[in-house]
Design a protein. Sequence first.
Length: 159
Amino acid sequence: MMTTLTTLNDVRAVLIARGYPAEEVDAMLDLAGRMILEGSLASKDDLNQLRDEVVQFKIDVAERFAELRTEMNTKFAELRTEMNTKFAELRTEMNTKFAEQSAQQSAELNEKIGELRVENARSETRIIKWVFGAIFAGVVLNTGITSLLLVVLPRLVGG
């Protein structure tokens, strides 16, 4: 008797580990236990009824798993749809923020380029003024030196 109970407990643990509900496993084992304990006293009709109950139990469990699988597939489809919607919203939001940031950075860059062009134009104007000033000073200096030589040279030569 001890061996039979140990075996039934092992069977129970395995069935529950495979996902069968404990209540249904206990009901099935109860039927099996009655078949084992009362087997010698049971009539053929009793045994057939017990077998039919075990078969019906297996059918019920298979149907329940099919229902659960269908529910699970439905839930996964709903989750997938929800995730796709959320990802699409997130992608749209990210694209919008990226476009805003790009526009802002582009505006800032254009402003800096404009400032640099104005500063560059001022620098070019200063350089041009300095170059023309240097040329004009050189011309004035040359003219002064030439005038001085024209006045001083005849005095030096004529003496």
